[in-house]
Design a protein around this ligand. Structure first.
Ligand code: OGA
Ligand code: MN
Length: 289
């Protein structure tokens, strides 16, 4: 397959044509996609009418798919265990209210984060397939955290250099009021400390590494000061020159790098169905400094 790659924003995000995710990929194509991914950080593959199995098979070209550890809220698909359900529709195909526990938890993705940063070896990247997309919102926004790090004002840079922040999965329920993790889920995912500036294992470049939804502590700071720092950093990061905003079309598949970007989705009319299936690529090494 000959692929074409067209940037959608100067900072990050590119559209990839000439890939059919239903077909096996040759090594040269996998390499070309991998290279484009490292350059553009977020890839958009339009018109991919794939099944969950094909989604998982495509993901495996780039690593091992993660199996979500939390089972209580049914965000993990029963049919294909590697699929995480970003959906407001239940098993009986009924729309769920925003007050439903799973919807509360998903609402945390409106804040800047990377997927699975609460793991000791956080995720490499994620692939999200838009099956039923929103027309009233539900825009997924991405930030190039290499550029954010490069441009950090000295006052902020001084506060992150050589410092670690804690990432805790159970911060979600405190933040959005979703049910607390069970003792087993809690024990499976104890809080972890990661550097606030990380080096990318492939590109070697440094980026700011923070999470508005999982960072519950910063080394050497009291809770309120830690919170304030993460907010200030997020606010600096969320500038248009660093941001690609993806307006979805049905059967878009997005593939993003969790090691050098953050993302957040905009709200949408809760009366509108939105069904997206995600795979997440398991991390292969601890966060590098
Ligand atoms: C995700 C997420 C974005 C969206 O799937 O990891 O944060 O657009 N969701 O729903
Ligand atoms: Mn996410």
């Amino acid at each position: 397959m000959a692929i074409t790659v067209t940037a959608r924003h100067p900072a990050l995000g590119a559209e990839v044509r000439g890939v059919d995710m239903r077909e096996p990929l040759d090594d040269a194509t996998v390499q070309a996609i991998g290279d484009a991914w490292m350059k553009h950080l977020v890839l958009v593959f339009p018109d991919q009418r794939i099944t969950d199995q094909e989604h998982v098979a495509f993901t495996r070209h780039f690593g091992e798919p993660e199996i979500f550890h939390q089972t209580s809220l049914h965000l993990r698909s029963d049919r294909v265990k590697e699929i995480f359900l970003v959906s407001n529709v239940d098993d009986q195909n009924r729309l769920m209210a925003p007050s439903a526990p799973s919807q509360k938890q998903l609402s945390s993705s409106r804040m800047w984060h990377t997927d699975s940063s609460y793991r000791p070896t956080p995720s490499v990247g994620s692939l999200l397939h838009g099956i039923e997309i929103s027309r009233t919102g539900g825009i997924t926004q991405f930030i190039n955290m290499y550029r954010v790090y490069d441009d950090l004002p000295d006052s902020l840079r001084r506060q992150v250099e050589g410092r670690r922040a804690r990432h805790d999965f159970s911060m979600l329920h405190r933040l959005v009021g979703s049910p607390p993790p069970t003792p087993e889920e809690q024990a499976a995912m104890p809080p972890v400390w990661h550097p606030m500036v990380r080096r990318h294992p492939v590109t070697g470049a440094r980026s700011l590494y923070i999470s508005s939804i999982y960072n519950d502590a910063v080394e050497g700071l009291a809770e309120a000061a830690a919170r304030k720092l993460i907010e200030e950093l997020s606010e600096f990061a969320a500038q248009p020159q660093y941001m690609y905003r993806h307006v979805w079309e049905p059967d878009d598949v997005l593939m993003w790098d969790n090691r050098c970007t953050v993302h957040a989705v905009t709200p949408h009319d809760p009366g509108e169905r939105r069904v997206m299936h995600r795979t997440t690529i398991v991390g292969t090494e601890p966060v590098l400094v």
